[in-house]
Ligand binder design. Structure first.
Ligand code: HEC
Ligand code: HEC
Ligand code: HEC
Ligand code: HEC
Length: 462
């Protein structure tokens, strides 16, 4: 997480340019880059990397210099064609396997009693494109790490259509994964950045030394860094992206998956301890010379209780309040009940989790259709800020999500051409201060953060 924020600070430091962003250098002067497209398919329309016909050909098969391996962005082509170089040089996904061989990876494996990390399924499922042997083509290399097909789907089924150039719809029909759709993208990224039924991160793995997983769909797409450019041609092929919508759908999908985790029988508390990975890390891991406890309306928990991680749910409440008020009330009520239930018994937790999961399920298609206007952007930014300055949600995890939310909203406003370059620069500079305040969890000071937020708020009005 710390590294993501550092990467964002670097993006923020880039001066505002007159034209659009250079490929691989997302949104100069702006923390988040444009991604996505409008309509979203029904939840289960995207198949995971699983069917036996879904063969993964390996990064080498995409990296030819006439394909996606160009050194410079191609002028005559619809896509920049330098996607491979961006991935290989700047994207941590290309190092995801390599880290398993480094000291930190070795240490985690040793602490878990594994012979090594690079052969352990538990690690490979998230650190590589770990499809079964039968689905690996001749050029497939597990050492590619999180390669093109981890996100875009096994290429054998769609490569022919893709090379023939008939168009995006035909590629999708042939099996290319719809990464431009917020919901589909969220499902894909969260599978590794939060976990799913196949990929499981536990407090035991964290305790062994694994870094915490923090995620926000829009911000993480920008800092990957993005290897796509939103120009007119992109918009014609895939629709106009909306960073606010990507953020909103990403939050709803995150909350949904967290509820699924709470309902998973493997996470039922054993002995004294529930599965701590579902709880807020800093609720336990923060310096004891700084007493930070404060009463929160939204959790209604007494001091000294462990608290479920709810930073994304808090954002979803804000989003729902603006876009679907009837569901917002339900969400608010049941999230409070969920926190209280952790004091009672696990069956109460599960009852509440079902309701919240189903509410998120109702919200997802609505958010995927919602046209976020500039008024929405301003109102949402203000609501995110109020959330913090009211003192209700000022924990480190909440501050992280609020900060990434603001950068997504700003990116949306930029892409819609709603703020001029000078105003954008003022806002970005102020947002840089907010990012500084959430750089590291141990050094985090709520007061410094609120002060930085207030400076940012002052730049919001035109
Ligand atoms: C649920 C998916 C998941 C599992 C399981 C998982 N990881 Fe990770 N790992 C991640 C993600 C995502 C990150 C990047 C987190 C971030 O920075 O936001 C990461 C980061 C790391 C890092 C830090 C890399 C860096 O650049 O600093 C190491 C080391 C690591 N993992 C090792 C392991 C090992 C060893 C295992 C097996 C015991 C493992 N991981 C299991 C998803 C996973
Ligand atoms: C971590 C997930 C991920 C990985 C890994 C990944 N991509 Fe992407 N890719 C995306 C996302 C997200 C987008 C933006 C949404 C879209 O247009 O589909 C995208 C967009 C693209 C585009 C579309 C550009 C356009 O103008 O339409 C191309 C081409 C592309 N990726 C090629 C590659 C290649 C080649 C690799 C491997 C070297 C790769 N990607 C690896 C997630 C990924
Ligand atoms: C197959 C699993 C997998 C998928 C799918 C995946 N990631 Fe990752 N991602 C990882 C791992 C593992 C790392 C850590 C790599 C490392 O640090 O060496 C990582 C790292 C990152 C980082 C760098 C984080 C940091 O601390 O600097 C970003 C940003 C990121 N992913 C964004 C995305 C986005 C956006 C998507 C979806 C479009 C996505 N990822 C899909 C596994 C995955
Ligand atoms: C209920 C309190 C609680 C929560 C919530 C919690 N932890 Fe822990 N954590 C502990 C305890 C207890 C230990 C064991 C400490 C020891 O062995 O000295 C521990 C150990 C660790 C360690 C190893 C520390 C060391 O010095 O070796 C790491 C890293 C860690 N936790 C990360 C996390 C992350 C990341 C999260 C959130 C996803 C989290 N923890 C959530 C209580 C918690």
């Amino acid at each position: 997480m710390k590294t993501v924020l550092t990467a964002l600070l670097l993006l923020l430091a880039t001066p505002v340019l007159a034209q659009g962003p250079a490929p691989g250098n997302p949104a100069p002067g702006n923390p988040a880059q444009s991604n996505t497209a409008p309509a979203s398919p029904p939840p289960m329309a995207m198949a995971a990397n699983s069917s036996a016909t879904d063969v993964h050909l390996g990064v080498a098969s995409c990296a030819g210099n006439n394909c996606h391996g160009a050194v410079q962005p191609a002028k005559a082509s619809r896509v920049a064609q330098n996607e491979y170089l961006i991935w290989a040089q700047k994207d941590k996904h290309s190092k995801a396997y390599a880290v398993l061989l480094e000291d930190r990876g070795k240490r985690i494996a040793a602490n878990l009693g594994l012979p090594d990390a690079e052969h352990a399924e538990i690690c490979l499922n998230c650190h590589a494109d770990n499809v079964p042997a039968a689905q690996r083509g001749p050029q497939f290399q597990i050492s590619d790490g999180v390669g093109c097909e981890s996100c875009h789907g096994g290429a054998r089924s769609w490569l022919g259509t893709h090379i023939s150039g008939v168009g995006h719809a035909a590629n999708l029909a042939a099996g290319l994964y719809p990464t431009e759709r917020p919901q589909a993208r969220a499902e894909r990224c969260l599978g590794c950045h939060l976990g799913d039924e196949k990929r499981n991160i536990t407090h035991q793995i964290m305790g062994a030394g694994h870094p915490p997983l923090g995620f926000e769909l829009d911000t993480y797409t920008a800092v990957e860094p993005a290897h796509f450019v939103v120009d007119q041609d992109y918009i014609e092929r895939k629709g106009r992206p909306d960073d606010a919508q990507v953020w909103a759908v990403g939050q709803a999908m995150d909350v949904r998956q967290r509820m699924v985790e709470l309902l998973d029988p493997k996470n039922v508390p054993k002995g004294l301890q529930p599965e701590l990975v579902l709880f807020d890390c800093q609720a336990c891991h923060h310096p004891m010379d700084q007493v930070q406890w404060r009463a929160r309306k939204s959790t209604d928990l007494p001091p000294g209780r462990i608290r479920l991680y709810d930073a994304t749910a808090v954002m979803l409440k804000v989003i729902a309040k603006r876009t679907a008020p009837e569901l917002a009330d339900k969400l608010t009520q049941h999230l409070t009940a969920l926190h209280k239930a952790t004091n009672d018994d696990w069956s109460a937790v599960q009852r509440e989790a079902v309701i919240i999961r189903d509410t998120a399920d109702q919200l997802i298609p609505q958010l995927a259709k919602h046209q976020f206007t500039v008024e929405d952007g301003r109102a949402l930014a203000q609501a995110v800020i109020d959330n913090a300055t009211s003192g209700d949600d000022l924990d480190y995890s909440a501050a992280q999500q609020q900060t990434m939310a603001l950068s997504s909203i700003l990116a949306a406003m930029k892409l819609q051409g709603l703020v001029d370059a000078a105003h954008l620069k003022t806002m970005n500079d102020a947002l840089g201060g907010v990012y500084q305040a959430v750089q590291g969890d141990q050094a985090y000071k709520p007061d410094t953060y609120v002060a930085a937020l207030q400076k940012f708020t002052a730049t919001l009005s035109p």
